[in-house]
Each structure stands twice: as structure tokens, then as C-alpha cells.
Design a protein around this ligand. Structure first.
Ligand SMILES: *[C@@H]1O[C@H](CO)[C@@H](O)[C@H](O)[C@H]1NC(C)=O
Ligand SMILES: *[C@@H]1O[C@H](CO)[C@@H](O)[C@H](O)[C@H]1NC(C)=O
Ligand SMILES: *[C@@H]1O[C@H](CO)[C@@H](O)[C@H](O)[C@H]1NC(C)=O
Ligand SMILES: *[C@@H]1O[C@H](CO)[C@@H](O)[C@H](O)[C@H]1NC(C)=O
Ligand SMILES: *[C@@H]1O[C@H](CO)[C@@H](O)[C@H](O)[C@H]1NC(C)=O
Ligand SMILES: *[C@@H]1O[C@H](CO)[C@@H](O)[C@H](O)[C@H]1NC(C)=O
Ligand SMILES: *[C@@H]1O[C@H](CO)[C@@H](O)[C@H](O)[C@H]1NC(C)=O
Ligand SMILES: *[C@@H]1O[C@H](CO)[C@@H](O)[C@H](O)[C@H]1NC(C)=O
Ligand SMILES: *[C@@H]1O[C@H](CO)[C@@H](O)[C@H](O)[C@H]1NC(C)=O
Length: 314
């Protein structure tokens, strides 16, 4: 009798283990699908087809007193800013959203595009602020990243003098999304002005590097999407990009350096923001990071289950 109850407990453990591995095997994209479905139902059918495909994982700063332009001191006229033209959505993998060079974090991801921390820790650009509508008010950038010319150690020194692709970024406290002000700037002698069309081109060079394809800036619309992969330090990232309108205006109004940036009679910015959703699809063999991320939840579910089953034997 005792034996039969023990074996029935063992059987029940086995069944629970099997059902757990089935749950684990279910693709996590199911959740995303359902979130889209819910949003679609709540917001009604008029905007249905857009919302299903539209990226989420961030909020519009303007919804809560913030701005999609940075705050720059001493512009002429006063009050000009630079567009926050790339967003790393918080729907991305948690590891990518960590401000870290390790475990496949944000700083490792940015090195795919050659964007590294500044020359030997010297911060030569001037600080800017942003208000991401997250209750923190005007906040100085986390830091500035610069193109490293393929040399992660001293390459950003070259950018500081030659100009090139660079970005400042902020983290939205309420969502953990990263907001980046990306542009291509002129060399130090030109006072780090922005090159013609340098905000749009900077955004698209960053996206081009992250997804491994050239982006044709003048062909972009608010329905443009791109996907591709890139690797750094044996971490491979899948990047899905949506160009989104409605956050910035297709206009030169309030844009810093607008005089040098406007080109071919077009406004300084096209009003599109590239929203990135990033997943890590491969990682170094030796990395313990993966274990921490995906194994611990399973163990923490299994352990109490096993313990209670074992206790039930006595
Ligand atoms: C997702 O939605 C489908 C129906 O569209 C439903 O069958 C499924 O149970 C839902 N999954 C979750 C995790 O809510
Ligand atoms: C801009 O100027 C204000 C007032 O002088 C100062 O409080 C703020 O720290 C400055 N911001 C940056 C980013 O330098
Ligand atoms: C924050 O920046 C905005 C835009 O430049 C400015 O109007 C506002 O006074 C600033 N707020 C504080 C508390 O400095
Ligand atoms: C939000 O702000 C709090 C307090 O400054 C900080 O501890 C926390 O790490 C921030 N969260 C994010 C996602 O930036
Ligand atoms: C990658 O970035 C570099 C530096 O800005 C740029 O020269 C290059 O064109 C970019 N590549 C793509 C595919 O956009
Ligand atoms: C970029 O797009 C524009 C507008 O659609 C087109 O005229 C041009 O030929 C394209 N350039 C390239 C290099 O494909
Ligand atoms: C794209 O922009 C047009 C105006 O140019 C607007 O009518 C439309 O709603 C926008 N679509 C999306 C998906 O934002
Ligand atoms: C990446 O993988 C290769 C071969 O698998 C290995 O030789 C190399 O040391 C790894 N590099 C890093 C940075 O982990
Ligand atoms: C921005 O406006 C210009 C006209 O000023 C138009 O030619 C262009 O197509 C617009 N760009 C986008 C992305 O809507």
C-alpha cells in the first residue's frame, strides 16, 4: 500500500515535469501575439491594422510632460534640441536592456555598429538633457557613444577629432526602454555641427549596421520595416525595426543645427523614429549568463514541487 502510494507520487512528479517542459517549449511570441490582440480590441477597429504590427515597449514622452527632442543649453535661438530618433523597445530581451558590456548587454550590442564608450573615458562633447515623461524631469544623458572605426580600444578617439556617427542615450524609468539621439557630426574644427541630413542618415547608418543592410533614407515611410542579425563577442542579436511616425514631426522646427542639416529643400528631420525589438539568438558557449536568465525560473518552479513530493513520501 505504501509502495503503491509512492509510485503514484512518482508518476505525478513525472507528469508535472512533462507538462512543464511542454510549457517551456511553447514559443514566447505567443504572448506578444496576445498582447497585440488585446490592444486591438481595446482601441477599436479604426486603427486595427496598424496596431497589430506596431511595436510597443515604450511610452511617448509627450504623453506625460516630456519631449522627443533633447534639451541643449545655449542654442541660438534658445530652446533647440536634437531628435530622439531611435528607441530600443523594452519588449527586447532583458539581457540587452542591461547597461553592460557583459552578458550580451546594451554596450556589447552597440559595438555591432562600432558604437563605443568615449575616447579613454574623456567626455569631450557637451552634455544634453532629455525629459522622457517618466517622472524624472530633465535628466542628463547616461553617456555618449561614438563610432570606433573598428577599433574598440582607441577608435572613439579618432571619432572625437574626425566626426562621424555618434549617439547620446537615456533610459525611460517607467519602461526601461532606451531613447537615443543619433547623428553624424562634422569634425572638431567645425564645432561638431551635424552633416547635411545628419540626423536621418545617422539613424539609418545605425540601423544598417545593426541589421546588416544599407538603408535608403529617402525611400523610408511610416510603414518601413527591416530585420536582420548582427554579432559581437559571439552574441548574436536579431533586430526587428519599425519606422514610426507621430512621435517626431517631419519638420525643421526646434531642431538644433537645422541650417547645416536641411538638404534638398527637405526639413531637417523626416519625423520617423526607428523602434528596435532585439532578441539574443546565440551566445558564447562558456557564458553563464544564459543559465541565469532561462534556467533559474524553471528550477525555482521545480524545487518546491520536488520537495513537497518527497515530503509526501514520509
Ligand atoms: C492567446 O490567444 C489565443 C487565442 O487567440 C488563446 O487560445 C491562448 O490561450 C492565448 N494565450 C495566452 C497565453 O493568453
Ligand atoms: C543647462 O543649464 C542649466 C541652467 O544653467 C543647468 O542647470 C544644467 O545643468 C545645464 N544642463 C546641461 C546638460 O549642461
Ligand atoms: C526642463 O527643460 C525644459 C525645456 O528646455 C524647460 O522649459 C524647463 O524649464 C526645464 N525644467 C527644469 C526644472 O529645469
Ligand atoms: C528608475 O529610477 C530608480 C530611482 O532613481 C532607479 O533605482 C531605477 O533603477 C530606475 N529604473 C530604470 C529602469 O531606469
Ligand atoms: C555603418 O556605420 C558606418 C559608420 O557610420 C557607416 O560608414 C556605414 O555606412 C554603416 N553601414 C551601413 C550598412 O549602414
Ligand atoms: C533610394 O530611394 C529613392 C526614392 O525611392 C530612389 O529614387 C533611389 O534610387 C534609391 N536609391 C538607391 C541607392 O536605391
Ligand atoms: C503614416 O503617415 C500618414 C500621413 O503621412 C498617416 O495618415 C498614417 O496614419 C500614418 N500611418 C501610421 C501607421 O502611423
Ligand atoms: C568566439 O567563438 C570562437 C569559436 O567558437 C572562439 O574561438 C572565440 O574565443 C570566441 N570569442 C569570444 C569573445 O568569446
Ligand atoms: C516629409 O515632408 C516632405 C515635404 O516637406 C516630404 O517630401 C517627405 O516625403 C516627408 N517624409 C516623410 C517620411 O513623411
Amino acid at each position: 500500500m505504501v509502495y503503491s502510494s509512492k509510485s503514484s507520487i512518482l508518476l505525478s512528479i513525472t507528469i508535472q515535469l512533462l507538462s512543464l517542459s511542454l510549457i517551456q517549449a511553447t514559443p514566447s511570441s505567443k504572448w506578444t501575439d496576445n498582447i497585440s490582440v488585446e490592444r486591438e480590441e481595446i482601441l477599436g477597429s479604426a486603427v486595427k491594422s496598424n496596431l497589430v504590427k506596431r511595436a510597443s515597449g515604450y511610452t511617448n514622452p509627450a504623453d506625460d510632460g516630456g519631449y522627443m527632442l533633447t534639451i541643449v543649453n545655449g542654442t541660438y535661438p534658445a530652446g533647440l534640441g536634437e531628435p530622439l530618433n531611435v528607441i530600443l523597445s523594452a519588449d527586447s530581451d532583458k539581457a540587452v536592456l542591461a547597461k553592460s558590456l557583459d552578458d550580451g548587454g546594451f554596450l556589447n550590442y552597440m559595438l555591432i555598429a562600432g558604437q563605443g564608450e568615449e575616447c579613454l573615458g574623456q567626455h569631450l562633447g557637451s552634455d544634453q538633457s532629455a525629459n522622457l515623461g517618466d517622472g524624472k524631469g530633465n535628466v542628463t544623458e547616461v553617456e555618449e557613444l561614438r563610432y570606433n572605426y573598428g577599433n574598440p580600444y582607441i577608435g572613439t578617439c579618432q571619432e572625437t577629432f574626425n566626426g562621424g556617427l555618434h549617439l547620446r542615450y537615456w533610459i525611460q524609468n517607467t519602461t526601461n526602454a532606451y531613447f537615443m539621439a543619433v547623428s553624424v557630426e562634422m569634425d572638431l574644427n567645425s564645432g561638431h555641427d551635424i552633416v547635411p541630413n545628419g540626423y536621418n542618415i545617422g539613424r539609418d547608418q545605425l540601423i544598417g549596421n545593426l541589421t546588416g543592410q544599407a538603408i535608403n533614407t529617402s525611400a523610408l515611410t511610416n510603414t518601413s520595416t527591416f530585420s536582420g542579425t548582427g554579432s559581437y563577442s559571439n552574441y548574436t542579436y536579431q533586430t526587428d525595426v519599425q519606422y514610426v511616425s507621430g512621435l517626431l514631426r517631419n519638420s525643421s522646427d526646434d531642431i538644433n543645427h537645422y541650417i547645416t542639416v536641411e538638404e534638398n529643400g527637405l526639413p531637417a528631420i523626416d519625423g520617423l523614429v526607428a523602434v528596435l525589438t532585439v532578441k539574443i539568438t546565440a551566445k558564447p558557449q562558456s557564458s553563464g549568463a544564459w543559465l541565469t536568465v532561462s534556467q533559474i525560473p524553471l528550477i525555482s518552479v521545480l524545487l518546491p514541487l520536488l520537495l513537497s513530493s518527497i515530503l509526501a513520501l514520509f
